[in-house]
Write a protein that binds this ligand. Structure first.
Ligand code: C5P
Length: 445
């Protein structure tokens, strides 16, 4: 286990100072979520950030360059073949002058152009001419996001060093449409910009930098399905959103990430090695095979029991017969198995506790029982809407106490948790260095 240090998660206050005086080039794509950019620009300007904007032709169907220009206090760039622009500023300088290039909303079309190096308008030309990887905030219909072509493009962009924020999962502007594809909220966009500037990622790629660079993080996510017969199974309401967000945040922090996930309706996070399983037994097998790891986060809602004798054929209703009784047997406890491992235990093992009452008390007992280092506990009683929802209110429990975090989106919880992990490793490394120096000094004496 790593040395413990109690630190509060840091959110927007710190980001204010981190982004001050930075220059953002915001490329606004043509999507209904473009209106959120107006709020984003206001919030960035309040923080002392210079914002320059390029709008695609389609973006101008949703918001006007006039309103954007009023908020940025600068002219808005829209045309590639604008001679004035070429002589005064040019598309190469537009991108080189910026500390961070944010593409929001990044439509499927813009993503495809970026992934394939197209440059047939000002936005795509700026992106291609840029010397730094962009921060991309996708927003589109869930079907478009989940299409293999889009996912392929996203993977390519990750591999090229781009960073992503969102998309979030939820209701779409179109009636009766829901799923992954919502533009990340303004605080999440600002936090991502802050991350980008803080680690000066612009000159480097995601895989070779970041506080978790050189670390391997294993995350379990989603529910498990325990078959009753070939067509029926026992399941639970876990969506996998929190686990997937943690995997993405760890990746963004430079880690190599293995995500082991049960059946979920979420896209595989690009850049993450995703192993899909169905049952608890398969999840344990995959988790053991994924080791060695520096950090293991057990976020999955693993079914506690499975059916002792699975039917090999569909169990038939028999007229006049009573309903069949299902005999259940306990599933292996994956978290406990890995946390209690004598050899090859990850340095930091984190469990989750979904409780409906006495959250801290029950979660603290769980920390001991399972042998893990931290527990992230949340109240999942029906009225909280946490199970399946986009927000989370958690308590981080360590051996020496606990801290309660404010209500955050699941993406924000993931980023805050990854920051805590990075700090834990930084403190441990610092201690090792001090010990080494002390030993060297003692030796000299
Ligand atoms: O015992 P309980 O299900 O409340 O414990 C929750 C924690 O244990 C979570 O981190 C979950 O991922 C993990 N767990 C597990 N294998 C199980 C049951 C829970 O890894 N069979």
């Amino acid at each position: 286990m790593l040395g413990c240090r109690r630190i509060r998660p840091q959110h927007t206050d710190e980001s204010i100072s981190r982004v001050e005086h930075k220059r953002i080039l915001l490329i606004i794509g043509g999507g209904i979520a473009a209106y959120k950019c107006l709020e984003l620009i206001r919030r960035l300007r309040e923080r002392g950030v210079g914002v320059r904007v390029v709008m695609t032709t389609a973006a101008q169907q949703f918001i006007t360059p006039l309103s954007v220009s009023a908020l940025t206090n600068e002219r808005v760039f829209t045309e590639l073949f604008d001679l004035d622009d070429e002589s005064e500023i040019g598309h190469v300088r537009l991108s080189r002058d910026a500390d961070v290039i944010l593409v929001a909303p990044a439509t499927a079309d813009l993503i495809a152009k970026m992934a394939n190096g197209l440059a047939n308008d000002l936005a795509s030309s700026v992106l291609l001419a840029s010397d730094k990887p962009p921060l991309i905030a996708p927003a589109m219909n869930p079907r478009m996001w989940l299409k293999p072509a889009t996912q392929r493009n996203v993977r390519q962009l990750y591999a090229d060093g781009a960073r992503f924020v969102g998309p979030e999962t939820g209701e779409m502007a179109e009636r009766d449409e829901a799923g992954p594809g919502r533009l990340a909220e303004v605080p999440a966009l600002i936090e991502a910009i802050e991350e980008m500037t803080a680690s000066d990622r612009s000159a480097r790629t995601h895989s070779s930098t970041g506080p978790l660079h050189n670390r391997h993080v294993v995350v379990t996510s989603g529910p498990t399905h325990e078959p009753i017969d070939p067509v029926r199974y026992i399941a639970n309401r876990s969506s996998g959103k929190q686990g997937h967000a943690i995997a993405a945040a760890a990746l963004a922090a430079g880690a190599r990430v293995t995500l082991i996930c049960g059946p979920v309706n979420l896209p595989d996070p690009a850049g993450v090695e995703t192993i899909k399983v169905e049952t608890a037994a398969e999840m344990l097998f995959a988790a053991e095979r994924a080791l060695p790891a520096d950090i293991a986060v057990f976020c999955a809602a693993v079914a506690d029991w499975r059916v002792a004798q699975q039917g090999t054929q569909k169990i038939k209703k028999q007229k006049g017969e009573p309903a069949p009784a299902l005999e259940l047997v306990p599933n292996p406890d994956i978290l406990r198995t890995i946390a209690k491992q004598k050899k090859g235990r990850p340095e930091l093992v984190i469990g989750f506790a979904a409780e409906t009452e006495k959250v801290i008390e029950h979660a603290s007992a769980k920390l001991k029982r399972k042998g893990c280092d931290w527990i992230v506990a949340n109240d999942v009683s029906a009225e909280t809407g946490i199970m399946g929802g986009n927000r989370n209110s958690v308590h981080l429990i360590r051996e020496d106490g606990h801290e309660s975090w404010p209500e955050l989106s699941k993406d924000e919880v993931a980023v805050a948790l990854v920051k805590e992990m990075a700090r834990e490793f930084a403190v441990a490394e610092e201690k090792t260095q001090i010990n080494k120096t002390m030993r060297a000094k003692t030796h000299k004496i």
